[in-house]
Design a protein. Structure first.
Length: 499
């Protein structure tokens, strides 16, 4: 029997495998590139790259015409991924001044507009020039319709590597699609419209992404300073009922004092941060505060420079629409030394800076840093036969006098309690009451670094700083009263009950 010849089938199989593999590679290795081309073909404004420099943006919407000019071409920060310097070249201020634009708002708009993708495209390549002209008229995109003063568009002018004007890319918005919530859109390059490809953009995308007001782009920051440079401030607030509502803050060696008392550093910095980062929500006329008196004022010093902020509150009267009664609304307006115009601000700004003295004073007896450096605790009381006395040695608290049966774990709980319990109020003069004990917390160099008297008055727990000469007591949170040992026996090791 003749042996079969496997050579030819093997060669044929190898050839088919090679051709098949090449066909697979040819199809799928080009797919990402084809997808990219498809995406680009659905963009009414297709910038050549993400790094393309845009020198001018023109936006014509129901809000009017807005022109944004980039002044960071030399630094190449006019692309959709950069935070460059932009100004609003149109419209201008009342005296012809150019408004500063918010870099983040322009960046977001540029990226959104350049990456907007049509939900559908209409290919008119197979239509005759006459048919295309007729269809453009139906779509609201004919030459005459595009030059109408009410026609909306977005235009971007790019720049080449030398900073010279490059392409002028325009997206024209035409009529609404008769079926579906969409708008016909045409693209143009250097004034020449592409009449062979029409885009359909959803009306929601058109409204949210392309229709922006002047306020959307304006720089709405009220100040241009870092809160860390502020060294002192004076304020008049409604939250502080005493002292005529006045607050005086001074920073020395990195620590804040408020009205002469140690301040809560974080709370002061939060107030300053709220002012430094305040933003307008709208620019308004001065007539909005006619007849109003300021409710909050701040004057902040940074070296030889002073920044000021004034807040006004306006309450709109209740309204009745039909049978429905609308409640009164509160609006807040601000004047700042760094912003010439009166602005409306969110109510949270008031909440962030309208603080009373108690909220800004130091409201803890012991900081976390002071807690970990403490190595001695001693308790003294008129009703105590001996003083519970503890030392922190080799990572744990121990009783100095082992014969008294003191419970070392209470020392650890006490110091934790002093570090987490807050002062609710500062009371002067101190209320009459019964002293429970005195507690000294410190180290070998200064055993009474922290020295407090703990007392009970009408069911409330108070502490007094015996290292200070001011005549006041601290009203403590109720949680401290519940957790604090109050008698000598509570400081001792509990003896198990006999079985």
């Amino acid at each position: 029997m003749k042996q079969p010849n496997w050579k030819t089938p093997l060669i044929l199989s190898a050839t088919l495998l090679t051709v098949g593999t090449f066909s697979y590679w040819l199809q799928y290795s080009h797919k990402p590139k084809k997808d990219k081309i498809d995406i680009l073909s659905k963009k009414p404004i297709a910038l050549p790259s993400e790094e393309a420099q845009v020198t001018l943006i023109k936006i014509k919407s129901t809000q009017g015409l807005i022109e944004l000019k980039c002044e960071s071409l030399a630094e190449k920060k006019c692309s959709q991924g950069s935070l460059g310097k932009w100004v609003i070249s149109h419209p201008q201020g009342p005296n012809g001044e150019l408004y500063s634009a918010d870099p983040s708002s322009v960046k977001d708009y540029l990226s959104t507009a350049a990456n907007a993708i049509a939900t559908e495209v209409i290919d008119l390549n197979d239509e005759t020039p006459e048919k295309r002209k007729s269809l453009l008229s139906e779509y609201g995109l004919s030459d005459d319709q595009r030059t109408n003063k009410d026609t909306q568009f977005v235009e971007m002018i790019t720049s080449d590597e030398q900073g010279k004007p490059g392409k002028r890319l325009t997206a024209w918005f035409g009529a609404d699609h008769p079926i579906g919530d969409k708008t016909f859109v045409a693209s143009a390059v250097d004034g020449t419209i592409n009449d062979k490809l029409i885009f359909l953009i959803s009306n929601q995308t058109k409204t949210s992404n392309f229709s922006k007001s002047l306020t959307s782009f304006r720089d709405k920051t009220l100040f241009n300073f870092d809160r860390k440079v502020i060294t002192s401030f004076t304020a008049k607030v409604t939250a502080e009922k005493k002292n005529g509502g006045k607050l005086i803050g001074n920073k020395t060696a990195g620590l804040w004092m408020i009205n002469g008392f140690p301040a809560n550093f974080d709370h002061i910095e939060t107030v300053l941060s709220g002012i430094a980062n305040a933003k307008a929500i709208e620019f308004v006329e001065q007539s909005m505060i006619k007849g109003l008196k300021p409710i909050i004022t701040y004057d902040l010093k940074a070296g030889d420079k002073t920044h000021s902020l004034v807040i006004f509150e306006k309450v709109t009267p209740t309204k009745k629409i039909g049978t429905e009664k609308l409640p009164a609304e509160k609006h807040y307006y601000a004047q700042s030394s760094d912003q010439k115009e009166l602005v409306e601000v969110e109510s949270i700004l008031r909440s962030n800076i309208d603080k009373n003295l108690v909220e800004l004073r130091n409201t803890i007896l012991l900081t976390e840093a002071e807690k970990v450096t403490a190595s001695l605790i001693k308790i003294e009381g008129a009703s105590y036969s001996a003083s519970p006395d503890f030392s922190y040695i080799k990572g744990k608290w121990i009783a100095k006098d082992g014969t008294k049966n003191w419970e070392p774990s209470i020392a650890s709980k006490l110091i934790d309690l002093f570090a987490v319990t807050r002062i609710k109020d500062f009371v002067s003069p101190p209320p009459a009451g019964k002293e429970l004990f005195k507690v000294a917390i410190g180290d070998e160099k200064n055993p009474t670094k922290f020295y407090y008297s703990i007392s009970d008055s009408k069911g409330n727990l108070y502490s007094r700083n015996l290292n200070e000469k001011n005549n006041e007591a601290y009203l403590m949170e109720d949680s401290m009263k519940q957790a604090l040992p109050k008698t000598e026996n509570e400081w001792k090791i509990k003896t198990p009950a006999p079985k």
